[in-house]
Ligand binder design. Sequence first.
Ligand SMILES: C[S@@+](CC[C@H](N)C(=O)[O-])C[C@H]1O[C@@H](n2cnc3c(N)ncnc32)[C@H](O)[C@@H]1O
Length: 208
Amino acid sequence: MKTKDHWENVYTNKSSEEVSWFQSHSTKSLELINTTDLSFSTSLIDVGGGASVLVDDLIKLGYSNLQVLDLSSAALKTAQERLGEASKRVKWIEADIIGNNLKALKIDLWHDRAVFHFLTKKVERQKYVHNLTHALNKNGHVIIATFADDGPKKCSGLEICRYNKDTLAAELGERFVLVSHHKETHNTPFHTKQNFIYCHFMKVESDY
Ligand SMILES: C[S@@+](CC[C@H](N)C(=O)[O-])C[C@H]1O[C@@H](n2cnc3c(N)ncnc32)[C@H](O)[C@@H]1O
């Protein structure tokens, strides 16, 4: 099955609250976004945002330049319907994060929870980092959360790669400096535990 079909199936056949990655609030992500001290007009993208409520909380806090990108139109539709009128304040992008059409993005803060870890091939991770590097403004922030090296070996039934701060930093390369890292144990809706690592990076100045 193609990756897009997998995700369309998931979001068509399950409610957003019964998927293993469901959070009623993206508390750790919000904490880290808050530490950046960026203004509410900052350009923020949630890549692979799916039906996450992160965007709801960011709107409520006053962020006004928000984008959510996901491979699945069903996921984006769920989030849009939940938000109702407020969904008009968000730019929704149905796209593949490792696709070739992301160069027009001008982002100050890139957030990814549980997406990068699905990129099990080196060439996919290289494309992701290429897109991230081009999309992110100078001194931009990156928050990536993946399963930690003591986390589950699969997510949504798919193979994943697990990381610690050093292996994730190595994937991003020298253009990104690690600002902070945090472990989190996520409690799934079916009462299992998943260990995540959250890493906050900044893009160092370059002529890229
Ligand atoms: C495990 S879910 C996490 C969703 C959300 N970030 C959260 O924390 O609730 C992974 C999400 O990544 C999306 N996804 C997977 N591969 C992708 C890709 N190559 N490009 C864009 N989105 C992708 C899926 O559709 C899904 O919404």
